[in-house]
Design a binder for this molecule. Structure first.
Ligand code: ZN
Ligand code: ZN
Length: 274
């Protein structure tokens, strides 16, 4: 039994699930609600599964709301169409993220607020000695179970799990794939069955219907997070509050326009224009 492979897949999957479920769909978009206990539960789960590369929900939400508002323009914090490779894009993304995570920069007011906060945990997530301890833990696990030295090549993914998923989604999801909708940006859907990032690679769908908690739009598309979200709703862990759902083909513009992709301050809860 290859414990390294099991550990890698478990770490990848749990981490990307927390990113799409907690940081993205809940934190940045408020597509559903949960009580204090479950919010803390999933906040902690996000910290544990991202470990040394933990992304704090507020900085993530600000960056992500900017991305929706400015998708593939010069003000987009991470459009692949302004960088020569994924590494240069992620370096700039990291700088913008750090500006908000370390309070060096004030965001536009409409991008701030309405996010889960846990100051003690968010601070722990930015503590360097603790980050190094996490990395030491991964190395120790590999030392104990790696069948050969080549497996150590996977370690950087554990160290940088959160940004790795961000890089795949932000680069691939705006570059490689097909389009269902004309969003006036370069977002695409990269996979039919998004086993890699739990639905995040349906960027084209998501930029069209930004408040739909289900990211797949067509019969052959599978968003693996959606059945889990429905199960959590059924069990009473969360309550899906956004009424918007993907519709393919998209309804003809009725002059009202699509609802906002995130809740603007003092705005009513966005629902689909039926
Ligand atoms: Zn996008
Ligand atoms: Zn989004």
């Amino acid at each position: 039994m290859n414990y390294i492979l099991i550990f890698f897949v478990a770490h990848w999957t749990s981490s990307v699930f927390c990113q799409t479920f907690f940081l993205h769909r809940y934190g940045a978009h408020s597509m559903f609600q949960m009580n204090r206990f479950w919010e803390r539960f999933f906040h902690l789960a996000t910290y544990i599964t991202q470990g040394p590369s933990y992304l704090n929900p507020r900085a993530y939400a600000i960056l992500h709301r900017m991305h929706h508002a400015y998708s593939d323009t010069e003000k987009d914090p991470h459009s692949p169409h302004y960088f020569k490779d994924v590494f240069s894009m992620m370096l700039v993304t990291k700088k913008t993220y750090d500006d908000f995570a370390y309070d060096r920069n004030e965001p536009e007011r409409r991008f701030d607020g309405r996010v889960p906060t846990w100051p003690a945990l968010d601070k722990l997530g930015q503590n360097w000695p603790v980050r190094i301890l996490w990395c030491g833990g991964y190395i120790a696990f590999y030392y104990a179970f790696a069948p050969s030295a080549i497996w150590y090549a996977l370690l950087p993914f554990h160290f940088l799990m959160g940004p790795t998923h961000g890089a795949i989604v932000n680069w691939g999801g705006h570059k490689y794939g097909y389009r269902n909708f004309d969003n006036k940006d370069k977002s695409v859907n990269s996979l039919f069955f998004d086993f890699l990032t739990f639905g995040e690679l349906f960027q084209n769908n998501h930029h069209k219907f930004g408040m739909s908690p289900k990211f797949s739009a067509r019969w052959f598309e599978v968003d693996p997070a959606w059945p889990l979200i429905r199960l959590f709703d059924f069990l009473g862990i969360i309550k899906i509050t956004s009424q918007q759902r993907m519709r393919y083909p998209a309804p003809v513009q009725d002059g009202v326009g699509e609802p906002a992709a995130f809740i603007e301050p003092d705005a009513d809860y966005p629902v689909a224009a039926e």
